[in-house]
Design a protein around this ligand. Sequence first.
Ligand code: NAP
Length: 282
Amino acid sequence: MATRLDGKALSEKLKKRCALESAALREAGTEPCLAVVLVGSDPASAVYVKNKKKDCEESGIRGESYEMPDTAEPKELFALIDKLNGRGDVHGILVQFPLPAQFDARAVLMAIDPKKDVDCFHPENVGLMTQGAPRFLPCTPAGVMALLDEYGIDPLGKECVVVGRSDIVGKPMAMLLLRRHATVTVAHSRTPDLARVCRRADILVSAAGKLGLITRDMVKQGAVVVDVAMNRTADGKLKGDALFDDIEPLCSYITPVPGGVGPMTRAILMQNTLTAAHGGKL
Ligand code: NAP
């Protein structure tokens, strides 16, 4: 039976560490603060924002929330970002995605001061991370790396396959694995024979967002399977890409969904906020 990579437990540990660090920062005269901006009424986004508020409380970080209606104009959001950029007592700014159709997501990302871009989405931060001198770490991929480290799984020299090539998960995931000396393959929707590619993985990270994509025939005996995806079933349950029950007996380690990568992403966001409060030094 595979060992489950318990992201919930590790995230609690990381948040406790953050709370100690926050206390030390306060003592030194800096109250760490994360501003979270929610535009529109997407129910999933509202849940994510609520969770971030809770994470801030647990991590000793002051959370400020800003909400705008679906009908908000881009200039209103840019004005708010400008204001938050200019405030010395706000260290991290996060605009919850997706945004309503009238917004240009890239322009919004570019408007955030890179020193406050705790999501690590700004091109300056992506560039620094890619060059191996990160200011912040991309939250989900860094959460995966922290989970691997916690269980002593070293990517060095391993065959790693990342399914998905998005800017927020797949690409930065591949970069972080490369930095740790893995041999990395990135698969995507145009990859022919995905099963063959996945079968060579010692560490398989799936971030496609396709329920049931990763089946038993795609997993090598003894592989580590990290399931980043969050898919909703027809009856509202949260599931990853992998058919967990079929695959688990083959794996050495596997992440549950929920309770695997999701909570780790949130904990790294708190760490990044503290990094920002320290002046951007990792
Ligand atoms: P995305 O932007 O939709 O990207 C999905 C990627 O998967 C794309 O690169 C796509 O390929 C690839 N893909 C889709 N279908 C595929 C298939 N049948 N075979 C191979 N590759 C396929 O999604 P995302 O933002 O990266 O998120 C991915 C998943 O992770 C979602 O379920 C999301 O909810 C979840 N997520 C979880 C966390 C967390 O904290 N746990 C954080 C972020 C995202 P193409 O590029 O060719 O289209």
